[in-house]
Design a protein around this ligand. Structure first.
Ligand SMILES: NC(=O)c1ccc[n+]([C@@H]2O[C@H](COP(=O)([O-])OP(=O)(O)OC[C@H]3O[C@@H](n4cnc5c(N)ncnc54)[C@H](OP(=O)(O)O)[C@@H]3O)[C@@H](O)[C@H]2O)c1
Length: 278
């Protein structure tokens, strides 16, 4: 049976790739975006009656509720919700303006929370549904220059894993997706917010922008391939709670998990000593 997808930030990159893959698989898609002209252009090759566009800036909770209602009005249900909208604030933590970090959370964490709070009642009523929350390798591994971005993604992962345990009883599944580098606009000048060198002690390392911007346009991952993987996962009876996407993601995440296990085991005796008389 065909599914209805609700996708945020569907006007470019990974969001557009997921929308294309779902449409090619024969599903219906509600493609949401801040800029509908951009979204229509990105999805012009797959346009048809299975595709609807709804304007949505995920930083507004009431706008998010209204967008979900419009999606349900259009297709009657939401089977798969993809929290994809996001951008990156990059720089040394001490050098980032506090407002940049707060705004990063407004989109990358609160935007996800608003969509979840809007779609969960729909999915509970249906007694089925699947939420994909697009995190990042930076949501599993602490990378230099990714303090704000990574903190919001780690928060998204914590939210997802906890809520999954609350809503599983209603037939609702949640999968955190941790992409490696995919060819999208995340590091494009119009999207990323670079921290500036404002503290002399960090100056010798050069600018964050000079270090990271060369990756833009050269990422290996193809967003449509990622979309195809999510279409497969959405069809699984027992989908994974976490999905690392891409060989670069695996290469970073597997050693980080092993290191965490080793550190936890290495301090097992000290850990047990904190039990006190119990
Ligand atoms: N590409 C990668 O290598 C990579 C790796 C790991 C994780 N990710 C994650 O993948 C997701 C998609 O990013 P991408 O790489 O595909 O970058 P992208 O091409 O820049 O796409 C991001 C999309 O999010 C939208 N967006 C940003 N803020 C929004 C807001 N407040 N409300 C609604 N939409 C908003 C953007 O819309 P506008 O066009 O209006 O700006 C854009 O369409 C993000 O969550 C990102 O953190 C990407």
């Amino acid at each position: 049976m065909s599914k209805t997808w609700f996708i945020t930030g569907a006007g470019s990159g990974i969001g557009a790739g997921i929308a294309k893959a779902a449409l090619i698989a024969g599903d219906c898609v509600v493609a949401t975006a801040r800029n509908l002209d951009k979204a229509r252009n990105a999805l012009r090759d797959v346009t048809g009656e299975n595709l609807a566009f709804v304007q949505l800036d995920v930083t507004g909770e009431s706008q998010t509720k209204a967008a979900v209602e419009r999606a349900v009005d259009q297709f009657g249900r939401i089977d798969v919700a993809v929290n994809n909208a996001g951008y990156a604030v990059m720089g040394n933590f001490e050098e980032l303006p506090t407002t940049d970090i707060e705004q990063q959370f407004a989109t990358n964490f609160w935007g996800v929370a608003y969509v979840m709070r809007a779609v969960l009642p729909v999915m509970r009523k249906q007694r089925s549904g699947h939420i994909f929350n697009i995190s990042s390798v930076a949501g599993a591994v602490g990378f230099k220059h990714c303090s704000a971005y990574g903190a919001a993604k780690f928060a998204l992962e914590g939210l997802s894993l906890a809520v999954a345990n609350e809503v599983g009883q209603f037939g609702i599944k949640i999968t955190v997706v941790e992409p490696g580098f995919f060819r999208a606009d995340l590091l494009a000048p119009q999207s990323v917010r670079w921290g500036k060198n404002t503290i002399e002690d960090y100056a010798s390392e050069g600018s964050t922008e000079a270090l990271w911007s060369p990756y833009h346009g050269k990422q290996h991952g193809d967003p449509v391939n990622l979309g195809e993987a999510l279409v497969k996962i959405a069809g699984m009876q027992n989908p994974p709670k976490l999905f690392a996407a891409g060989s670069d993601a695996l290469a970073a995440i597997i050693p980080a998990i092993e290191e965490r296990l080793n550190v936890t085991r290495a301090f097992e005796a000290l850990s047990k000593s904190t039990d006190g008389s119990f």
